[in-house]
Design a protein around this ligand. Structure first.
Ligand SMILES: [Zn+2]
Length: 211
């Protein structure tokens, strides 16, 4: 049951550490009630725990409510992300947590970048192959995705090769690690399965497998 409780304060023994003089060493705890409601309890602090600009001893709240510790406004949605971690981090600074969550969010958006690249590549190649009658018969047998350009190059006009190269150049600048900007060069599903960047070790999922 203790695992379900989230501790917030200035001391590193909390789950979330907010290094602000207005925040007490042990400032508050948050307990999940339902999938959409939580209980916040103030731990007898001088600067107070505030929900929607009212000081509270304890108060039920939801995602839309505004939380404040002393003079520090908390991003409620971001704070509640903590409950998606297992095991729950301890002693992580609020800023580092925010950066980590931003990286995960930006990584998730790469799925669309990858899919759009593959679709566009497929479309360019298919159009070209359909124009080339010699290849049409065997079209279904050709592994379009992942086929090295050299194999296809006899069937590709210079125009199509240029289009593909431009597409790949764009992909290389967009399909990068959100933290170290390294080109990722692997299918999105592989990256998601591994769960972290092999360059900078930034986690891409909330609970990466250790290996
Ligand atoms: Zn990286």
């Amino acid at each position: 049951m203790a695992e379900e409780v989230l501790h917030v304060g200035r001391s590193p023994e909390n789950n979330v550490v907010i290094p602000d003089p207005q925040v007490s060493l042990l400032h508050c705890r948050i307990i999940p009630l339902t999938h959409a409601s939580w209980l916040i309890q103030d731990l007898d602090t001088p600067s107070g725990t505030w929900v929607n600009e009212r000081p509270v001893v304890q108060k039920e709240f939801g995602r839309e409510d505004r939380l404040r510790l002393g003079s520090v406004n908390l991003d409620t949605a971001l704070l509640l992300r903590f409950f998606e971690y297992s095991p729950r981090p301890t002693g992580i600074s609020w800023n580092d947590f925010r950066k980590q969550e931003e990286a995960i969010h930006r990584f998730d958006q790469l799925e669309k970048v990858y899919e759009q690249f593959m679709e566009e590549k497929k479309r360019i190649l298919k159009n070209n192959l359909l124009k080339s009658t010699g290849i049409r018969a065997g079209l279904s047998a050709i592994p379009i995705i992942g086929a090295p350009l050299s194999i296809l190059s006899t069937a590709l006009t210079g125009d199509v090769q240029e289009k593909l190269m431009a597409l790949e150049e764009k992909f290389k600048t967009e399909y990068v690690c959100p933290r170290c900007f390294r080109f990722l060069g692997e299918p999105f599903a592989n990256l998601k399965k591994r769960g972290y960047c092999t360059g900078c070790r930034t986690p891409y999922v909330r609970c990466p497998r250790e290996n």
